[in-house]
Structures are given as C-alpha cells and as structure tokens.
Design a binder for this molecule. Structure first.
Ligand code: CP
Length: 312
C-alpha cells in the first residue's frame, strides 16, 4: 500500500479486521519489519489517542518516531500555489514536504477542517498537498473530512463485540458546546457500509452528513425509533453540513442516556464531554466500549503501517 488516506483504501475490511486481531494477539511479531525506518508524525491539531497509539504502533514494528506540533513549533506553512509570501507564512509546502520526506520513510498528518470554507475543506488542502509534494507514503491521522484510522478501529471493535451475524449499528448525533468536524462520522459511515451490519444514522433535521458519503444509508430523525433493537450505539457530534460549520441545536434531549440506549453497547471515539454527549451512567457501565476502542487504535495503526512497510 502506498498511502492510507481513506476507508476506501481498505480492499477487504473483514480480511483487515482478521489481520488486526492477529496483531493484537502478538503485537511484537513483526518488530523487525520497521528496523531503521522512521515515522514522522505531524500535528496541525491536538491529539491524545492518535498521537500515542500511532507512536506505539510504530514502536511495536521496530520503527523510530519523530513528532512535531506543526502549528505551534514549525514555521507557518503556505499551501497556495503561486502565492506571494509576504504575509504570515514563512515556508511553502513544496519545500516542507520534500524536506521532511528526507528524514522520514512514512509521514503521518493530522489537519482539521476550517469548518468555514466548505470547498477548501472538501479539497483536503493539507493532506493532498503532502501527498503531492512528499516523496514517501502518507497516513491520514484525521483530515478535514475523514479519520480512517478511527474508522478501521471502530470496525475492529464492532467485530470483536458482535454476538449476532448481522448486528444493528446506530450512529447518533449528540449535542456539544462547540462546532465539530464531520471526519469521524464520515469514516464510521464508510466503514459500516463495507460491513454486513444493519446500519442506520440518526440525527436532528439540519444535521444530515454529506449525501455523497451517506449514500443510501437510512437517516432517521427520531432517535428513539432509531435506537429500537440496537446492538451498538455510536455517539458523535458534528456541526451542520448544509449550514456549513454551524451549531443549530444544543438541546440535551439528544444526549445518550442509560434510559434511551437500553442494552446496546456504547461507542465513542473520545475525547467525550460527560453529561453533554453521553451521561456518566452509560460511560461507567459494562456496556461502554470506549476504552477497548481506544486500545484498538494501536492495532489499526499497526496494521496500516505494516502494510505500507511491506510495500516500501
Ligand atoms: N479519537 C481520536 O482521534 O482521539 P485524539 O483526538 O485524542 O487523537
């Protein structure tokens, strides 16, 4: 594999899930594969899980890691071609990506959307600039529109916890105090569309995700109806897609509670705001999978790095 930028880069999700489970059983089995190889992790935005789990995955494969908080520590990077750089940016992505490619065998990038300029966000300006100007494989650690390491993790976690051949999985919008990106929800939708699950999305009116991503997945505007007979409830907030980046609703009536989730397993990518997105009673219950999900981030990342290393 050359790059990992989207759930669509997974040719056979069940084969990948099986391989990830084997990695989880014996994480150090391929510890020589990455010997003398370096993973560079470039963060334009904050992270806890992605940063540590991707480093851990690289270490399990015997790689070295270099990490940089680009927005805080690097020169301001210019992404527009042909720009006259007499403003705040001091280095063009053409040089930056080429230079980092000399230090690293794989570059992983996290760059969130503006949530103001839909066209720019959907163009994936930062991720695609690295793909264009770097000479090494690129891994998406959450871009403007997708979070494929999280989506793969979620698929692994659902497979591990399924007691039915075709479980019912519900992705529910949940309230939040800030305008959040669509990336996690988008990649979760794409992962579920590749799996044999009874998958529905529930969100308030005005919060439908990009129809090019949801495609023919049912969208129900009544959360209670959507939760009926659910085996997995995946909660996530996202800002409006149609009224791009706007918060249209903050009401607590869409919060996931012990009363409305029933016996379904609860999932969230974390970080999560307690008693805003989901109440304590759910997160602290045996039905919460959030810690297992976060653990699986390592094995999803390790599988992706392994596949790239095998093709270097
Ligand atoms: N789920 C996730 O990507 O977590 P971080 O933002 O902490 O990396």
């Amino acid at each position: 594999m050359k790059h990992y930028t989207s759930i669509q880069d997974i040719p056979d999700i069940y084969a990948w899930i099986d391989e990830a489970k084997k990695i989880k059983e014996n994480p150090l089995k391929n510890k020589k594969l990455g010997k003398h190889k370096t993973l560079g992790l470039l963060f334009f935005n904050s992270s806890l899980r992605t940063r540590l789990s991707t480093q851990k995955a690289a270490l399990n494969l015997g790689m070295h890691t270099i990490v940089m908080n680009v927005s805080e520590d690097a020169w301001g990077i210019e992404f527009e071609d042909g720009s006259i750089m007499n403003g705040t940016t001091a280095e063009h992505i053409k040089e930056a990506a080429a230079v980092v490619s000399q230090y690293c065998d794989i570059i992983a990038v996290r760059a969130f959307p503006t949530l103001k300029d839909k066209e720019k966000d959907e163009r994936e300006q930062v991720l695609n600039a690295f793909i264009k100007h770097a000479s090494v494989p690129i891994v998406n650690m959450e871009s403007a529109t997708s979070h494929p390491l999280q989506g793969l993790t979620d698929a692994i976690t659902i497979a591990e916890n399924s007691t039915k051949k075709r479980p019912k999985v519900v992705l529910t919008w949940a309230p939040h105090v800030k305008a959040l990106p669509h990336a996690v929800a988008n990649s979760f939708v794409e992962a579920m569309q590749k799996m044999d699950v009874d998958f529905v999305i529930t969100n308030p009116e005005g919060y439908n995700l990009n129809p090019n991503i949801t495609k023919d997945t049912p969208i129900i505007h009544n959360q209670k109806e959507a939760f009926k007979n659910a085996d997995f409830v995946y909660a996530k907030n996202w800002s409006s897609y149609d009224s791009y980046g706007q918060i249209l609703k903050k009401d607590a009536d869409w919060m996931v509670t012990k009363a409305n989730i029933g016996n379904a397993k609860f999932m969230h990518c974390l970080p999560v705001r307690r008693n805003v997105v989901v109440e304590d009673a759910v997160l602290d219950s045996e039905n919460s999978l959030v810690i297992q999900q976060a653990n699986n981030r390592t094995f999803a990342a390790q599988l992706v790095l392994k596949k790239i290393l095998e093709d270097l």
